[in-house]
Every structure is written in C-alpha cells, then in structure tokens.
Design a protein around this ligand. Structure first.
Ligand code: SAM
Length: 270
C-alpha cells in the first residue's frame, strides 16, 4: 500500500508489520503517556522504537535528552529528516534486543510504545537495567500488561508477573483501542507504569537461582510445582524436602505461589 502523503514533510515509509509497526495517531494518547511519565526538564529518556516520531517529539519537548533506538533504517532516515535538527535527540539505529543500555548515562526514564512481537524479551532486558531506571511507562499488548500486574492465583500470573513485581511496583495506566493506531493492531493495548523499588520485594541470596526456580515451576503450568521442577531437572527428593521444610503443599501449582513462597522455596533448595 502506498503510504499516505504528509502535509508538512516527507512521506511516511511503508509500515512493516513484521517489525510490529503500529503507529500511534492519537495525540491525546501521546499526552496521556507523557503525563504518566512525569518528566522533568533535564531528565534523560530512553525510547525504544520511535517509529514516525509522534511520541519522540513530545518527549523532546518535555525532557533533557532522548535516546531513541530504532531498528528500521527507513524510519531512521525519516527521523533524521524530520527531527534530526533537534539538539537533544540521540537517534540510534540498532536492535533494542542487543543494544548495550549501559551506554546511556543514568538515571533515566524509559517511555515507549514497544514493538509487541519482542516486548517480552525487551521487558526482561529493561528489568536487568532497573538500578539506573527511575520509571518505565510502556505501551504493551493488553494481555502482556495484564500479566505484568497479575497476582498469584489467576491464569494471567506468570514468570513475567514474578519478574516485574520482584523489583518494581507495577501500575496499570490506561487501555488504548486499536483505532488509535495505523495500521490497526488486531489486539488491544494498554499503558503500564513500572517503578523500580529501592530493593527487591523479597530477599534471595542468588537472584539467578531464584529465577531458575520460578521458570522451572512455570515450565509445566498444569502440573504441581514438585513435578514441574522435577521435569526441569531438579532432584525430586530435594524439592519434596524443601517444600516440606517451608510448609508449602507439594500439590500446589506455580500459579498459586506468591513471591515469598518462591523465595522460601529457593532458600530451602539452596
Ligand atoms: N513509537 C512509535 C509510535 O508510537 O507511533 C512507533 C511504535 S511501533 C509499535 C514499534 C516501533 O519499534 C517501530 O518503529 C519498529 O520499527 C520498532 N522496532 C521493532 N523492532 C525493534 C527492535 N528490535 N529494536 C528497535 N526498534 C524496533
């Protein structure tokens, strides 16, 4: 499809759905995102996937430096033409899945309408950077946003919920209808705010081992934690002993385990 001409500027490059290109067209949504970010002049913002720059432009107005990472070379050319003269924009043509975020001077905020096809791996990468991040305001597929905020006991509770809530306060912002984008996505969207906590919600001696236990527990969702961990290579007797020691019913599934339950089990297993 031929991209529509723009009234003031070069034509938009063709949208590539394979890169999750669903561009915001509603300025009200942009304003609401920027308001949630509570940006202060002088602050540094990381934007992943600036696209045609609708959010970037608002972020440039509200902050000190905007580091915008875009994978699509055609969109990077477009942004160089339209926003290249803005002194506080650092446009990086790179893949957000591989970019080394420690190059960006912290502390920073992350404000982005993420490409949905890679939103989960990007989220995990951002959570690793949490010590230098003041706040993340992210537009996500609604289903992912719900998983981030889900409590133990429901079908939406997952590894992502545990990972986000382990180190952040997660707050639902607002829902966004497909009609606010072009091309329209097939799924609903939502904006969430993740605020990194000064220290993780539960204390574990070895974070990597904690997440190994969590992942293994959820690997076979329909099975009891004991069986799921065993299927993932943990010695059954050791897991049974750790569950007994911590008074956790071995028949329970991972989706019923709170963060403290996972932390207790991890410590007992270690
Ligand atoms: N921020 C724009 C907006 O709100 O209209 C565009 C958002 S669009 C949902 C996602 C953007 O991420 C697209 O511009 C796409 O090219 C870019 N993108 C996709 N995969 C990427 C990756 N791995 N690294 C960096 N950018 C990526």
């Amino acid at each position: 499809m031929t991209p529509p001409p723009r009234r003031n500027g070069p034509p938009f490059p063709v949208a590539r759905k394979s890169l999750g290109q669903h561009f915001l067209i509603d300025p009200n949504i942009v304003r609401k995102i920027v308001r949630l970010a509570e940006l202060q002049p002088g602050e540094t913002v990381l934007e992943i996937g600036p696209g045609r720059g609708i959010l970037t432009e608002a972020l440039l107005e509200a902050s000190g430096l905007v580091v915008a990472i875009e994978l699509d070379p055609a969109l990077c050319d477009y942004l160089r033409t339209t926003l290249g003269s803005r002194p506080n924009l650092k446009l990086v043509e790179a893949d957000a899945l591989h970019y080394e975020y420690d190059q960006i001077p912290g502390p920073m905020l992350v404000v982005a309408n993420l490409p949905y096809y890679v939103s989960t791996p990007i989220l995990f990468r951002l959570l690793k950077e949490r010590q230098r991040v003041m706040r993340m305001v992210l537009m996500l597929q609604e289903e992912v946003a719900i998983r981030l905020a889900a409590s133990a006991g429901g079908k939406d509770y997952s590894v992502l919920s545990v990972a986000a809530q382990f180190s952040c306060e997660v707050r639902m912002g607002f829902k966004v209808a497909p009609s606010c984008f072009r091309p329209r996505p097939r799924v609903g969207s939502a904006v969430v705010v993740l605020t990194p906590l000064p220290k993780p919600r539960v204390s574990v001696p070895d974070e990597a081992f904690f997440f190994k236990v969590v992942r293994s527990g959820f690997a076979h969702r329909r099975k009891a934690v004991l069986n799921s961990l065993r299927d993932e290579g943990f010695e059954g007797a050791r897991v049974a002993a750790a569950l007994k020691k911590t008074n956790l019913d071995p028949r329970r599934r991972a989706e019923t385990f709170t963060l403290s339950d996972f932390a207790d089990l991890t410590v007992a297993l270690q």
